[in-house]
Write a protein that binds this ligand. Structure first.
Ligand code: IPM
Ligand code: MN
Length: 356
């Protein structure tokens, strides 16, 4: 197949992990006879430095023209002065809005060989297989913001249509899994949560009667996620709650460096990025874990390019490497392996699994 892919390495460890993603794309293109046309753009702090704008028009254009967008990370201490008017994160938020990627998928599955890395007891991690579906283009992230002297506010706004479309997507995904959705909200306090609850219930009851639903308050969920994580299948939630809970869920798998994400707009286009940020503390040392980025490439193969076998190959190769402890030091403290070494091992395994 032929596809155009926008490549945005961004800040911090972004360029290091992106280099491994590009190496993987070359291998998969070669093995499968595919043509991936790559268009690189600047975003985040790197774009502020050059253009004074975290999402320059040219980058926006490259992304809206592409079949899929791969993003490394944005942000870093250099640009994080709270007084600053332009911030790297605005580039990412503007890109999510420009692409209309309203559904953020974040799968969480601890790997057996690495369960000891998790601060959570191994016995609690048995059978954990969660798919977070986080609403990504609404809520408090995108509502009006206001600041006047000692007073500030951020508006959290949701429409029924926004909740309906993400509920449908979560339900379709739940049908491919254990058919259970846990909807997380704060309906005892927030009006938006009450609108979510009603809408989720109605959409599921009328269109997906085979999918079960439970509603859990976000504070309870924060606790349950670490006390009984194996009880959950699909977790559906709004933008801010999803942001917070997915970082918490990263603790289950033992490292932020393992979680990929896909942000979809419903017509097959998508933005693919690791959940970890720019990790400025380790940037430039070549020790960042490339796995979250490589698994994000696998999600791109599956959700935007229809390359299901290739997605599986990459995931199998990653699981194999973890089983062999071919991992960076965030996972095995004594490891001296670099980002490059892990990336190469995954590529080698992909080639081998792809056959002659
Ligand atoms: C994430 C990040 C972003 C978010 C930041 C960088 C704006 O934390 O993707 O989870 O809050 O959505
Ligand atoms: Mn986050």
């Amino acid at each position: 197949m032929k596809a155009t892919i926008a490549v945005l390495p961004g800040d911090g460890v972004g360029p290091e992990v992106m280099a491994e993603a590009l190496a993987l794309l070359r291998v998969v293109a070669e093995c499968g006879g595919h043509t991936f046309t790559l268009c690189e753009g600047v975003i985040g702090g790197a774009a502020i430095d050059v253009h004074g704008n975290p999402l320059p028009d040219q980058t926006r254009e490259i992304c809206t023209q592409a079949h899929a967008v791969l993003l490394g990370a944005v942000g870093g201490p250099r640009w994080s002065n709270p007084q600053a008017v332009v911030r790297p994160e605005q580039g990412l938020l503007a890109l999510r809005a420009a692409l209309g990627v309203h559904a953020n998928l974040r799968p969480v599955t601890p790997h057996p060989a690495l369960m000891r890395r998790s601060p959570i007891k191994g016995s609690l991690l048995q059978g954990v297989d969660i798919l977070f579906v986080r609403e990504l283009t609404g809520g408090i992230y995108f509502g009006d913001k206001y600041r006047d002297g000692d007073v500030a506010f951020d508006v959290c706004r949701y429409s029924v249509a926004e909740v309906e479309r993400i509920t449908r997507l979560a339900a379709v995904l739940a049908r491919g899994r254990r058919r259970h959705i846990t909807h997380v909200d704060k309906a005892n306090v927030l009006e938006t949560s009450r609108l979510w609850r009603e809408t989720v219930d109605r959409v599921l009851a009328t269109e997906f009667p085979d999918v079960q639903v439970s509603h859990v308050l976000v504070d309870t969920m924060a606790m349950q996620l670490v006390t009984r994580p194996s009880a959950y299948d699909v977790i559906l939630t709004e933008n801010l709650f999803g942001d917070i809970l997915t970082d918490e869920a990263a603790a289950l798998v033992g490292s932020m460096g393992l979680l990929p994400s896909a942000s979809l707009n419903g017509d097959g286009r998508g933005l693919y990025e690791p959940v970890h940020g720019s990790a400025p503390d380790i940037a430039g040392h070549g020790v960042a874990n490339p796995i979250a980025m490589l698994l994000s490439v696998a999600m791109m193969f599956r959700h935007s390019l229809g390359l299901h076998d290739e997605a599986r190959l990459v995931e199998d190769a990653v699981v194999w490497c973890m089983g062999q402890r071919i991992v960076t030091r965030d996972l095995v403290a004594s490891s001296r392996l670099h980002t490059r070494d892990v990336g190469k091992a995954v590529c080698r395994k992909v080639r081998e699994l792809a056959g002659p």
